[in-house]
Design a protein. Structure first.
Length: 346
């Protein structure tokens, strides 16, 4: 049977483009299927930790943005700051990040075509999706991955399909035209939601709220007086965008010649801001182990371990009566708080 390409990537977001670049560097022909024109936006905190910035540069992209030098947890006047020891990260608007990675992918010889996978057929020699025949399919199509469902790797959400329970969380984001007031990513812990404030340009900040269903953006801001005071006169730059539910569970990351990568492979929450770092590491591992499913499963568990453990623990705390103790504890134990931040920043 005819093979159109070595690797077919479903989804041309940052992780899909990273996987495509990795595959090209391994000497493989690559086609990326993406239904949206570049640059593609997405709800996220937009802060690249130092390690994520280094990984982005390794892929050949160096997007413009605003330097960030640490993380600040804030709640009711209590503050816990930690500055990165290994140098700064960068606040980057998602469209700027995507544009830089898209350019790097094209420069590497990646072919990007419009399309969305709606069905997957595979045999011993290859896989076919959206009319393209490939030796391997990398599913980088996000939280609501169609490929994941098509190949039977999706696990039902806890509590059953469609359940809108206390464990489900969503993300909302809006930009504001205002001069950044800090070189730290501020994480404001409100009564029900967390607000990430990231400087992304000289006159622009992004605000991402993470919380349970029904936690509206304006109501979330109103519950955080310190942040509301900063933004009350700021002009919004664009609409509120949403994403979720954030929790994604998978039974495995491989099925025949299909590999799940990034959010499609399983997702806990955006609370620790590790999505891109972990996704880029998965992309590299998937390409390195295309012909060894078990090796990719092991590599996936290794590169996601800290994210899964730390994020799951923090989310459980955020949804418990201990929520109000997070920032005071971080302020009382600066060395422990700093160690966690450094672990995530590497």
């Amino acid at each position: 049977m005819r093979t159109d390409t070595g690797v077919l990537v479903a989804g041309g977001g940052p992780v899909g483009l990273a996987a495509a670049i990795e595959a090209r560097r391994a000497g493989l022909d690559v086609v990326v299927l993406e239904p949206r024109a570049a640059p593609v936006d997405k709800v996220c905190g937009e802060g690249l930790m130092p390690g994520t910035l280094a990984a982005t540069r390794r892929l050949g992209a160096d997007p413009p943005g605003r330097e960030i030098r640490g993380i600040s947890y804030r709640q009711d006047g209590r503050v816990a700051d930690h500055r990165f020891r290994a140098g700064p990260g960068r606040g980057v608007r998602r469209t700027a990040l995507h544009a830089a990675l898209h350019e790097a992918a094209l420069a590497a010889g990646v072919v990007v075509v419009p399309g969305r996978v709606t069905s997957v057929a595979q045999d011993d020699d290859g896989v076919t999706a959206c009319g393209v025949r490939a030796r391997w399919l990398l599913a980088c199509d996000g939280l609501h991955s169609r490929v994941r469902r098509e190949v039977g790797l999706e696990r039902a959400a806890e509590g059953g399909p469609g359940r809108v329970g206390a464990g489900r969380r969503f993300g909302l984001r809006r930009h504001y035209r205002v001069a950044p007031w800090s070189d730290l990513v501020e994480v404001h812990w409100g009564p029900r939601a967390e607000a990430y404030v990231t400087p992304v340009a000289d006159g622009l900040v992004g605000v991402a709220l993470l919380g349970p269903p029904g936690a509206g953006f304006d109501a979330g801001l109103e519950s955080i007086p310190e942040l509301l005071g900063r933004l009350v006169r700021a002009v919004p730059d664009g609409p509120v965008r949403g994403a979720g539910p954030l929790r994604v569970r998978t039974s495995a990351r491989t099925a025949g010649r299909v590999r799940l990568v990034g959010d499609a492979s399983g997702y806990v929450d955006a609370l620790t801001g590790e999505g891109l770092r972990v996704g880029f590491a998965q992309a590299r591992a998937a390409v390195a182990h295309l012909d060894d499913a078990a090796a990719y499963e092991r590599a996936w568990r290794r590169v996601t371990r800290d994210y899964r453990v730390l994020t799951a623990g923090l989310v459980r705390t955020a949804q418990s009566p201990l929520r109000r103790a997070v920032v005071p504890t971080a302020a009382r134990l600066p060395r422990a708080y700093g160690a966690v931040v450094e672990r995530l920043a590497r």
